[in-house]
Design a protein around this ligand. Sequence first.
Ligand SMILES: [Mg+2]
Length: 148
Amino acid sequence: MKKDKLIIIDFNRTIYDPENSQMYAGAREMIKDLRSRGYITVIATRIEGGRSELIAKQGVSDIVDGIENIPTKNGRIFQGIADKYLGHYKKNDVWVIGDYITSEIRAGVEAGFHTIWVRQGKFRDVCSDDIRPEHIIYSIEEVVNIFR
Ligand SMILES: [Mg+2]
């Protein structure tokens, strides 16, 4: 079966906790659950020294469909990721999960995709007057409830 739904997942502070140098509890299980529900899962992370090695070390490459190292996060670049993995797609079939409202959540809103803001870690209290995430949760373990 060809998969026709995509989830773009931020890495740092969304599935990986840099303060404790480990994946957040439930992050791997969330990715596996979404894949079993027919979603293509792609990590989108800003190009940064050592980031690729860190992702590899966490074994994340083995459980996702792709990793996209991008120069910045905006709607156009996120739409490019959807083009790459889905070809022709409906905006309704693409989701963005992230911890930073003014970065990947803004990009997801710009692209017209569904957005899930995980309010955990350093940026949990950073707010935005103009960005309206579709879902707000407080830990990555709550993601599965949205897709249930
Ligand atoms: Mg982040």
